[in-house]
Design a protein around this ligand. Structure first.
Ligand code: PMV
Length: 323
């Protein structure tokens, strides 16, 4: 049995738009921080059966979830010629029902676990390209700490891979205000397609991502938290503005989201170095130096629709061990 571990990541400069839907190629780059608390552990066992099996958080799966994982394993089987089926058991060490970025940790863990179980020898960049075919953000979760995803130019996607930004030493923790919410209004894949096809702001958004990527890397390297706040919040709000301008408009914010945004900005006005970002859901993720983590956690606690407030240091890259 091979036990793979990977952590989800939260983007400081967001991925929102594909240049190729089949290969899951992003239209622009992105930049993220891998988070220790959002961990997935996936056991991959070669089986003698005629089909793959999948158990998620103790629940045997069939239908779409199994088909998606099985198609992903097919990518590795096609490359190695090894046709062995796999028994896959995966558990998230954080609340999945909350809709946190579980596809990133799930497909990064699956990529390293399935590659190892089927004997695919692959470089980290190749594993990143493989994980990307499961979920765009999973390409970044192959690596720990700050990670830069490249849009790439190649039609086959071999250069649409992530790379660790190992020289950045800025210590940042995440404080996640997990908002109580019903099922997502629209998933990221459909949301991106609808935005690209109907939002009048889409081209401006894609052009802005390159500007934000350069500025964000620069601000991280010079440890300029004030500048980071402007770039990261601006990029997040531009992504959401772009999605809101799709037709019909996509609104991920809930009342608790706006409340948490306001709390973060209030804290900043009182001198606490903190800034927020928001993925395709209602949760607000605040970033702050470790010394301010408790203050930020307390400030984000107390809204009736904020179910819990998680904190996390940066996480490591995806790993696999034989047991
Ligand atoms: O990896 P996907 O296809 O679920 O897309 C992720 C989209 C965002 O989380 C909203 C942004 C990002 O860069 O992670």
């Amino acid at each position: 049995m091979y036990e793979a571990t990977a952590c989800a990541n939260i983007a400081l400069v967001k991925y929102w738009g594909k240049r190729d839907s089949d290969l899951n190629l992003p239209a622009a780059g992105s930049l993220s921080l891998t988070l220790d608390v959002l961990k997935t552990v996936t056991e991959v066992t070669p089986s003698s059966g005629s089909t793959d099996t999948l158990v998620l958080d103790g629940e045997p799966q069939s239908g779409r979830a199994l088909a998606r994982v099985s198609r992903f394993a097919d990518l590795v089987r096609a490359r190695t010629g090894v046709q062995t089926r796999l028994d896959i058991r995966s558990r998230n060490m954080f609340p999945t029902a909350a809709g946190l970025a579980s596809s990133a940790s799930a497909f990064a863990a699956l990529a390293v676990g399935v590659a190892r179980a089927l004997g695919l020898s692959a470089t980290p960049a190749e594993l990143s390209a493989l994980a990307r075919q499961g979920s765009g953000s999973a390409a970044r979760s192959i690596f720990g700490g700050f990670v830069r995803m490249h849009a790439g130019r190649a039609a086959d996607g071999t250069d649409a891979v992530a790379e660790p930004l190992a020289d950045i030493e800025l210590p940042l923790h995440a404080v996640i205000a997990v908002a109580a919410a019903g099922p997502k209004s629209i998933g990221s894949t459909d949301g991106m397609e609808l935005t690209r096809d109907t939002s009048p702001f889409y081209d401006a958004w894609i052009a802005q991502v390159d500007v934000d990527l350069a500025a964000c890397q620069d601000a991280l390297r010079s440890r300029d938290l004030e500048r980071l706040a402007t770039i990261v919040e601006g990029n997040c709000l531009a992504m959401h503005a772009n999605a809101m301008a799709a037709r019909p408009g996509i609104i991920y914010f809930r009342p608790a989201t706006l409340w948490a945004i306001e709390r973060v900005r209030e804290l900043r006005r009182t001198g606490v170095p903190v800034f927020f970002t928001i993925d395709a859901g209602p949760h607000v993720v605040a970033f702050t130096p470790p010394a301010h983590e408790a203050t930020v956690q307390a400030a984000l606690t107390g809204h009736p629709d904020v179910a819990r407030v998680l904190t996390s240091p940066p996480g490591a890259g995806a790993q696999v061990v034989e047991r």
